[in-house]
Design a protein around this ligand. Structure first.
Ligand code: NCD
Length: 299
C-alpha cells in the first residue's frame, strides 16, 4: 500500500473516516471483532508498530507479530515471500517494515491478505504520509496551496520522499527543500518535480526561508543509513529549530515531525501552539484505524 495507490478522492474518504473515528471512537470499538493484524517488523520502530497495534486494538481486533528480524524465521534465511504466504494463514491483514526497498511490495504479490508498507529502507513510508496529510487537513482544513519547507535529511528520509510524492497531487503546492549539500533530495524526485512543473527551491539556511513557510516538516538525520560515523557526527546537529527561529515564522505556520526527534527541534518549541508533532502521532492512530477498516472492506 502506497499513498499513490489511493486517488485523491479515495484519500478524502479515508480522512473523513479518520475524523469520524476521532469524534466517535465508540462507534468503531467492535468494527474489527474477530480480525487479526500481523505486524512483521524487520527493522526497529516504536510508534509505527505500536500505532498499528493500538489502531487494531481500538477497533476490537487482535494483533500478532514480531518486532525484530532476529526473532523471526528471517534469521534462518526465509524469504519475505514465504513468510507472507504463511502469515496469510494466520492473519487478515499485515503491516510490514523492512530495511530492503521494495520488500513489502514483493511480499504483497505473494500474499492472500492486504500488506501495508510500514517503511521500506530509505524508500517510502506511506502510512506516515497518511498521518502527515491527515494532520495538515485536520488542523488547516485543506491540503492545497501550501508552501512547505522540508528540512534536514532529505536524502535518506523516507517520510520526506513519500510526502513529496503525495503533495504534488494538490494544486498550488510549493516546496522549499532545506538541507546540507550532502543530504539533498534524491535526483529522481527532483526530476519528477521538473517534469510536473511543480515549483521548488533548494536552500541551505533555514532562517532565510522561515517567513515564507505555511508548513515546516523537520526530520532527523538518519544515522542508520550513513556509511560512516564521521559524516553523521558532522551533520547531525546541522539544524536546530529553536524559539528564536520560530519568531521568524508566520503566526499560523505548523511544525511537523514524524518523530523520533533527536536534537533538530529544541524542547522549548514544544510549548509553541504551532508545534503539531505530538498531535501528529495521535492522528497516526486514527488514520491507521481508517486504513485497516478500508483495506478489510469493513466500511
Ligand atoms: C520515521 C521512519 O521510521 O522513517 N519514523 C516514524 O515512522 N515515525 C522517521 C524517522 O525514523 O526519522
Amino acid at each position: 500500500m502506497n499513498p499513490l495507490d489511493f486517488s485523491v478522492e479515495e484519500l478524502e474518504k479515508l480522512f473523513t473516516l479518520a475524523n469520524d473515528i476521532e469524534n466517535h471512537p465508540q462507534n468503531y470499538a467492535h468494527a474489527c471483532d474477530g480480525k487479526i493484524l500481523a505486524t512483521c517488523f524487520y527493522e526497529p520502530s516504536t510508534r509505527t508498530r505500536l500505532s498499528f497495534e493500538s489502531a487494531m486494538t481500538r477497533l476490537g481486533g487482535r494483533v500478532i507479530g514480531f518486532a525484530d528480524a532476529n526473532s523471526s524465521s528471517a534469521a534462518k534465511g526465509e524469504s519475505v515471500s514465504d513468510t507472507i504466504r504463511v502469515i496469510s494463514c494466520y492473519a487478515d491483514i499485515c503491516a510490514m517494515r523492512h530495511p530492503k526497498e521494495g520488500a513489502p511490495m514483493v511480499a504483497s504479490e505473494k500474499s492472500r491478505i492486504p500488506v501495508i508498507n510500514a517503511g521500506d529502507g530509505g524508500h517510502y513510508h506511506p502510512t506516515q504520509t497518511l498521518t502527515d496529510l491527515l494532520t495538515i487537513r485536520s488542523m488547516k482544513g485543506h491540503l492545497d496551496n501550501f508552501t512547505i519547507g522540508l528540512c534536514g535529511d532529505l536524502k535518506f528520509g523516507r517520510t520526506v520522499h513519500s510526502l513529496i510524492n503525495a503533495l504534488v497531487r494538490y494544486p498550488g503546492t510549493r516546496f522549499i527543500f532545506i538541507s546540507p549539500e550532502e543530504l539533498r533530495v534524491p535526483d529522481y524526485i527532483i526530476e519528477m518535480l521538473r517534469e510536473k512543473n511543480i515549483p521548488f527551491e533548494e536552500v541551505i539556511r533555514l532562517e532565510d526561508v522561515m517567513p515564507q513557510l505555511d508548513l515546516l516538516y523537520m526530520t532527523r538525520v538518519q544515522k542508520e543509513r550513513f556509511f560512516n560515523e564521521e559524516d553523521y557526527v558532522r551533520l547531525k546537529d546541522f539544524y536546530v529549530l529553536d524559539t528564536t527561529k520560530m519568531e521568524l515564522a508566520k503566526q499560523d505556520m505548523l511544525v511537523l515531525h514524524p518523530l523520533p526527534r533527536v536534537n533538530e527541534i529544541s524542547v522549548e518549541v514544544d510549548d509553541d501552539p504551532r508545534a503539531a508533532y505530538f498531535r501528529q502521532a495521535q492522528y497516526g492512530v486514527y488514520v491507521r484505524m481508517a486504513l485497516i477498516l478500508t483495506l478489510l472492506e469493513l466500511v
